[in-house]
Design a protein around this ligand. Structure first.
Ligand code: CDP
Length: 717
């Protein structure tokens, strides 16, 4: 007899299991499960309850922990489990590369696609000129500047339940500003729900910051200077002598111990003159002597030095005997494109050693796995303000002792390691203990404009973690007054409000606004040039005099006599109009295809922002094909209108020719020379306008064009 068995409907729990199985089988979920294993090993994992508990009781948490302990990736995910966290979590990063790579990593850890690709994505990022945010985004990685921009649009941060300020030890100017606004906002009655603030640092020296945040609360601790039983819990993980005498009861502190293996240290016996050569030798000594695995991380000063050393290492490695394993050389700097960033986090191929050539970005901002050897050149490019020239520039200078120690620590993350300092022990001993906060070293005009746009009546009295120098504040106010962004009473003008909302420094913002005026009518052209100025150089790196000649010849059809500004315009337009093979076109002209791609992306964003700010009279910008032949000379009248816009924003950067053939700035009477990379190099014109100065043996003006005295009088009557 045949028995017919009626198939049963799956029970609810079976259906759930099936659904979970299907989900876990998807590639995203498989990756999530795989990453869960390493997440659980991070030192921060076991501290989740402490951290969430502290934030239940307090509005502000200061969290310190060694780089790589898991702060940037895990804390936002922990917060999503808190009952009070019903909206988004914002987390700031000092650099674009870190914001984007962290967002990608956390999306993988959560098994969700990244922002742009799907409306269901829970993780996204927002950096200048690039955004990947969806309707379901709950964790948003942003650069510090972007969060400040958001604050101008929504001053109470209504979309966030929590803001995390990461890498606060770097003490960037934008971080100091954010802390100033946020310490008031967490207690603001304007918000329907309280805002939580988490401040994270890779160094344990957080006493000053927590005191400062405590002082922002409306009612200071009722028990004054006394330490209470409650305070004991707030100093979670700190040893007795790390606690401040007066504890902050509104601010909780948690310290996470990192895993640090011993690192042996060696110095040079005597100072070396050729850092690149010393680094090259050390890389190959390690590579030929030390067994695999164990990658090498080299700290250098900037992109140009990284690219030069990369070429030397690759050339040298090509001639090694076959029994020596191959090397994989990877650069790491702030302007690196996304695809190259990803490579840094991948393990080296079998029987291969990775050599990562990095700027100070690898000190704390980006953790490179697999490193056992660190080579430290002891220098970094650091921003400085020149009061006489009224501008910022990057100077190569010795790092601080705290930076040197951070660099050394990178060798001992996964196993015992070695650190080679390419300087003497004496040089180390005389280093400054820590780099001074950026607020003491740079132009404050953007910061002051942000304060005023955010409603601060008297920027001189705005309480910041480190009070800026009153003279620098005064200079910034004068600069803003000159750009007509504020009036003589210090109040913001309508122009100032528009400039504050553009993701550009006030002087470039002023250039854009002037270009949009009826008299100038050259907004599209000026946006093209400004886009070129905001990315890394569009030119391929040139080292020798003969290579310079070759480059000049290759770029001949793009060069314009008036100088670099209109040459940039011609170049970007010719690139945009190229319809067959843009990469081949860029290579043939010795231009960087990658940088030019970035320029077009920036241009797209700037155009959209100008349209939404109603700066363009029409509804759209012209198509690249509408502009006619990009290689035709630019009409003289248009050329003059364009350069006048730049005079408007950069009047401090005008220099006139002296009888002895040098150029002297109109303000400050400083001598400047035209940079060899400029199309005006070697030419004498009555007056020049430049975008920036670089200091090597002397002050070199870069981004230079010839301007007329009459134009100056027209723009600045
Ligand atoms: O913020 P913190 O320096 O404490 O650590 P983290 O950035 O959260 O990094 C924790 C770990 O996640 C690192 O050691 C890396 O192994 C991994 N990670 C990664 O693979 N890719 C990233 N983009 C960031 C982190």
């Amino acid at each position: 007899m045949i028995k017919i068995v009626q198939s049963k409907k799956p029970s609810a729990s079976m259906a759930k299991d099936l659904k979970r199985k299907r989900e876990n089988d998807s590639p995203l979920q498989a990756k999530r499960l795989k990453l869960m294993v390493s997440r659980k090993e991070l030192p921060i994992w076991s501290r989740k309850d402490d951290i969430l508990g502290a934030l239940e009781k307090h509005n502000i948490l200061v969290l310190s922990g060694e780089t790589g302990s898991g702060k940037s990736t895990q804390i936002p995910q922990f917060l999503l489990d808190a009952s009070w966290c019903t909206k988004c979590v914002a987390i700031t990063q000092p650099r674009r590369v870190a914001a984007i790579s962290l967002a990608r990593r956390v999306a993988e850890e959560m098994g969700t696609p990244l922002g742009k690709s799907s409306p269901a994505s829970k993780v996204g990022y927002s950096v200048r000129f690039d955004e990947a945010i969806g309707p379901s985004t709950r964790i948003k990685y942003l650069t510090e500047g972007m969060l400040l921009q958001e604050m101008l649009r929504d001053s109470s941060f209504g979309q966030y339940s929590c803001v995390i300020i990461d890498e606060v030890h770097e003490r960037n100017l934008n971080v100091d500003l954010l802390l100033g606004f946020l310490r008031e906002l967490v207690y603001s009655k304007r918000r329907k729900q309280p805002l939580k603030l988490v401040v994270m640092s890779a160094t344990a020296d957080v006493v000053g910051i927590s005191r400062y945040l405590q002082a922002g609360s409306p009612e200071p601790s009722s028990n004054g200077d006394q330490t209470t039983e409650n305070d004991e819990q707030e100093w979670n993980g700190f040893s007795e002598n790390e606690r401040p005498a007066r504890t902050a009861s509104r601010v909780a502190l948690v310290h996470v111990e990192g895993r640090q293996y011993p690192v042996t240290l060696s110095y040079l016996d005597k100072p070396c003159d050729d850092m690149a050569q010393a680094a090259l030798e050390r890389i190959f000594l390690i590579h030929c002597k030390e067994p695999l695995p164990g990658d090498i991380l080299v700290f250098l000063t900037g992109q140009d030095k990284i690219q030069q050393l990369k070429a030397s290492v690759e050339a040298f490695a090509a001639n090694l005997p076959p029994k020596i394993p191959p090397l994989q050389v990877l650069p790491l700097f702030a302007a690196l494109p996304q695809s190259a960033q990803q490579q840094i986090f991948q393990p080296a191929p079998p029987r291969t050693r990775k050599v990562i050539l990095a700027t100070n970005i690898a000190e704390t901002s980006v953790t490179v796995p697999g490193v056992r050897f660190v080579i430290d050149c002891g220098k970094a490019k650091i921003k400085h303000f020149h009061p006489k020239l009224n501008l910022d520039s990057l100077l190569i200078q010795a790092i601080s002792r705290s930076s040197a120690d951070q660099r050394k620590g990178r060798a001992g993350r996964e196993a015992p390691g070695q650190c080679y300092r390419l300087y003497t022990q004496n040089s180390y001993n005389i280093l400054e203990q820590a780099t001074s906060p950026e607020i003491l070293r740079c132009d404050l005009s953007a910061a002051v404009l942000t304060m005023i746009a955010r409603g601060v009546k008297d920027p001189f009295r705005f309480p910041l973690l480190t009070p800026p120098n009153p003279k620098s504040m005064m200079k910034a106010m004068l600069q803003l007054l000159r750009l007509e962004t504020i009036d003589s009473s210090g109040a913001i003008t309508p122009v100032g409000r528009k400039i504050a909302r553009l993701p550009l420094p006030p002087n470039l913002g002023a250039v854009i606004l002037y270009a949009a005026s009826e008299a100038s009518s050259c907004l599209a052209e000026v946006i093209d040039i400004v886009s070129c100025l905001t990315v890394e150089s569009i030119y391929q790196h040139i080292e020798t005099e003969s290579a310079r000649e070759e480059a000049l010849a290759a770029r001949g059809t793009l060069t314009r006599r008036s100088g670099d500004h209109v040459t940039l315009l011609t170049t970007i337009r010719a690139y945009a109009a190229e319809s067959t093979d843009r990469k081949a076109w860029a290579d043939a002209h010795l231009l960087s295809h990658r940088a030019l791609q970035n320029v077009l992306a920036v241009r797209k964003q700037l155009r959209a922002q100008c349209l939404s700010a109603k700066l363009l009279s029409g509804k759209t910008f012209p198509e690249d094909t509408d502009a006619g032949d990009p290689l035709q000379p630019v009409d003289e009248d248009l050329e003059a209108r364009i350069l006048k816009c730049f005079i408007r924003g950069f009047v401090d950067n005008v220099a006139k020719l002296c009888p002895n053939g040098s150029y002297k700035t109109l303000l400050g009477n400083e001598i400047v020379a035209i940079h060899p990379g400029s199309v005006l190099f070697g030419r004498k014109v009555e007056m020049i306008l430049y975008n920036e100065l670089v200091f090597t043996s002397k002050a070199y003006a870069r981004g230079v064009s010839a301007v007329r005295v009459g134009w100056l009088e027209e723009v600045w009557p």
